[in-house]
Design a protein around this ligand. Structure first.
Ligand code: UDP
Ligand code: MG
Length: 345
């Protein structure tokens, strides 16, 4: 295929691409899909630009897919992605993001937890020059002890550690610019951390209050255990944020410190043995042990750091992934190549 044809094809694709993609993951939400769709549709029509709705069925067993099929048949803007089993909300979202064609991608829950009426406000804020606008569930209807309090604590810690001043990391109600979400997909398993990961690629992030309604019907898929898992995940994220491209800087200092103190201690003990002729095993057993332990730990930590460096290089180079992301390039390079264009540049 010639490059020209390829370009035409890309242009045609771009012409067809909708402005907005709404991505909704669903796991056993048969009773909620239809009411959600009925609420969503007029809001989207009102936006005045082409849109697509992507429902991701995350392996539901309650007939959710059949309801979706009916919607898909009657409405060409409805697209269905059906996963082969239940992969979890993050994977379902990722599947939807991959399939989405829109310039702006909006994610929301499928249980009417989020109010479609808030979508125009998310988009308005996005137009003010942000890459991500996150919905902050200001007045959550959830139980205080098992849901709201743990999430408060988790949010506070996450904001502190990630340096992204969000009040509600758990909210899935968000609008993204396409470039951002397509960039992040490669890093993340964890949709909650998209803003933290996005800050890594320099995204501008805003947060606006949204209405949080109780889920319409059916059961929440999560309880208290999720908060603990989220906090554990955060350690990974924190590490990735700060040390992704330089793991040796994380393990190295501690390793060196351990190694150096082990060697010093060992040296001191050896000196004592030769100067005073004492038996180290009898007089300094614990210290000798400590010195050996420090040396071994130090060598191992440094080695782990080095292995990390190798893995990291493989990661970036196998994907030819640069270690930076560019927001914009202004250059006269092309203008120079074709002099006719250079006037306006
Ligand atoms: N969900 C999913 N896969 C799962 C669990 C949940 O796609 O394994 C969907 C679910 O159908 C809903 C959204 O993710 O649309 C949020 O789930 P839920 O309402 O249970 O979470 P909560 O609002 O209680 O945090
Ligand atoms: Mg919900």
């Amino acid at each position: 295929m010639t490059p020209v044809l390829r370009q035409q094809e890309l242009d045609a694709q771009a012409a067809e691409a909708p402005t907005y993609s709404i991505v909704i993951p669903l796991y056993n939400e048969a009773e909620n899909v239809e009411p959600l769709y009925r609420e969503l549709k007029p809001v989207l029509e009102h936006l005045g630009a082409p849109y697509e709705v992507i429902f991701v069925d995350d392996g539901s067993q309650d007939g959710t897919y059949e309801v979706l099929l009916a919607l898909h048949r009657e409405d060409p803007t409805v697209h269905l992605v059906r996963l082969s089993r239940n992969f979890g909300q993050t994977a379902a979202l990722a599947a939807g993001f991959d399939f989405a064609h829109g310039a702006i991608i909006i994610a929301m829950d499928g249980d009417l937890h989020h109010d479609p009426q808030d979508i125009p406000r998310l988009l308005e804020t996005l137009q003010q020059g942000y890459d991500i606008v996150s919905g902050w569930r200001k007045d959550r209807p959830d139980d205080f002890l098992t849901r709201r309090l743990p999430s408060r604590i988790a949010n506070w810690i996450m904001a502190r550690l990630s340096g992204v001043p969000l009040r509600d990391f758990g909210s899935t109600f968000k609008a993204y610019r396409r470039e951002i979400i397509k960039n992040i997909r490669l890093y993340g398993e964890l949709h909650r951390f998209i803003p933290a990961l996005a800050s890594l690629v320099g995204a501008r992030i805003a947060e606006i209050p949204v209405r949080a309604r109780p889920r319409y019907r059916g059961q929440s898929k999560y309880g208290l255990s999720r908060t603990i898992r989220v906090l554990l995940d955060f350690i990974t994220i924190k590490f990735l944020l700060s040390y992704m491209t330089r793991p040796l800087h994380f393990f190295g200092p501690v390793g060196l410190l351990a190694l150096a103190s082990g060697v010093l201690l060992g040296g001191y003990l050896t000196l004592k043995k030769f100067l005073y002729g004492i038996s180290l095993l009898q007089r300094h057993g614990p210290l000798l042990l400590l010195s050996m332990l420090l040396i071994i730990t130090g060598v191992q930590l440094i080695s782990i750091g080095l292995i990390g460096e190798i893995i990291m290089r493989t990661y970036y180079e196998s994907q030819r992934k640069p270690i930076y992301t560019i927001r914009e390039i202004r250059s006269r390079r092309e203008a120079r190549a074709s002099p006719t264009d250079s006037k306006g540049a």
